[in-house]
Design a protein around this ligand. Sequence first.
Ligand SMILES: NC(=O)c1ccc[n+]([C@@H]2O[C@H](COP(=O)([O-])OP(=O)(O)OC[C@H]3O[C@@H](n4cnc5c(N)ncnc54)[C@H](OP(=O)(O)O)[C@@H]3O)[C@@H](O)[C@H]2O)c1
Length: 199
Amino acid sequence: MKYSIIGFGKIGQALAKAFARSGIEVCVATTREPESFASAAAAIGPKIIPQTLAEAVKADIIFLAVRFESHKDVAKALPSWKGKTIVDVTNAYGVPPEELGGQPSSKVVAQAFTGGSLVKGFNHLVAAILEQDPAVQGGRRVVFLASDDDGAAAEIGALAENLGFSPIKLGGLSEGGLLVQARGNSWGELIFKNLVKFD
Ligand SMILES: NC(=O)c1ccc[n+]([C@@H]2O[C@H](COP(=O)([O-])OP(=O)(O)OC[C@H]3O[C@@H](n4cnc5c(N)ncnc54)[C@H](OP(=O)(O)O)[C@@H]3O)[C@@H](O)[C@H]2O)c1
């Protein structure tokens, strides 16, 4: 199983730290040449592999850690995403719902990644929290997962556990998933509670 993270900003680097902590190799990519962020990757750990976008999308499980608006550009990297699981970490905060045809943002992302399976998740924690060891106070920090594909949700749940998190499955993208999706200028209820707690 090969993993990649597309986007190596605040949230991409936080995810890379979780992979490094767990000793799992992961490729990271941006729009830039890998050499330009190689030192940042090396600073996180030897198993964080900088790659071009074209190489990184060959992975089986791909974390989408770019701004919501950039998801379409990433989706163009492959004609079909069949056989791949995309973990949508984006938050479409401030994007008018009418621009999304009234759909949850993750549905819009899922449609762009034709043929792939999409799991919404890892998006409710701010990067400064996500990058920390999730083993806290004798428990494990949770990540919420939502998907219309039960198999993909189970696959990402198992990965979340390997990364040290405790996954909580919320059901489909349009139901439980809405609890963790920003909509217009409001946050999904579970994200909002988290922001209140940590801000
Ligand atoms: N920051 C948080 O605390 C937080 C928490 C939860 C969720 N999120 C969500 O996570 C996503 C990323 O947020 P962030 O704060 O990490 O943003 P960021 O710091 O601005 O990083 C965005 C990254 O995406 C890359 N990128 C942009 N367009 C790309 C493309 N077409 N192909 C490949 N890479 C591309 C950028 O690299 P280059 O432009 O250099 O190529 C950069 O590495 C957003 O959707 C945000 O809502 C953020």
